[in-house]
Write a protein that binds this ligand. Structure first.
Ligand code: HEC
Length: 152
């Protein structure tokens, strides 16, 4: 029993320390919402990798296809679940990334200029960097998440 209590307190200490060290704004989400966010994030990372690979082969049709899949079409699929849960600045920043990918896809198709696309991608990725520097997510229990949702 003593060991259990000691473990509990050391865990509390670790969580408190993590909160103190990580000064980014906390987004409270439930386990399902966290999963939706992180699945989308990993798709953004792997899609970006595919765009870079296609750029290295100067295959602009493939670039356009991969960029398209990260565009606003992707947002409609995933972000419906998160509307009203996350702050609107967060949602807007996310949406502007999807719009950038729409634009990257259109320009890759029409201009077929890898260097231009690389410049666009680099600019868009500044938004990934900016958002990650600003926010962190933390999971809360379902009942709290419902309260949070209805208070928005
Ligand atoms: C509007 C905000 C926002 C934007 C824009 C954004 N992300 Fe994220 N991303 C997050 C948050 C919040 C997390 C969770 C971070 C945390 O809690 O430490 C995250 C986590 C991730 C993770 C970790 C996934 C996991 O399974 O743990 C990856 C990879 C990622 N983002 C990639 C990207 C890429 C690539 C882009 C740009 C193309 C991007 N993100 C744009 C908010 C954003």
């Amino acid at each position: 029993m003593k060991i259990v209590i000691a473990c509990f307190f050391s865990m509390v200490a670790v969580v408190a320390q993590a909160n103190e060290l990580d000064k980014r704004q906390i987004l409270e989400v439930n386990a399902m919402q966290r999963m939706h966010i992180l699945v989308e994030m990993r798709a953004l990372l792997s899609g970006t990798q595919k765009i870079l690979h296609s750029l290295s082969e100067e295959n602009m049709t493939a670039v356009a296809q991969h960029a398209q899949s990260l565009g606003t079409r992707m947002a409609h699929k995933t972000e419906g679940q998160l509307n009203g849960v996350l702050p609107s600045e967060f949602m807007q920043l996310g949406m502007s990334v999807h719009r950038d990918f729409d634009q990257i896809a259109m320009d890759a198709e029409s201009l077929k200029d890898p260097k231009y696309t690389l410049g666009q991608l680099s600019k868009t990725m500044k938004k990934c960097v900016a958002c990650h520097a600003t926010y962190q997510i933390q999971t809360i229990y379902q009942s709290n998440a419902q309260n949070l949702k209805s208070s928005h």
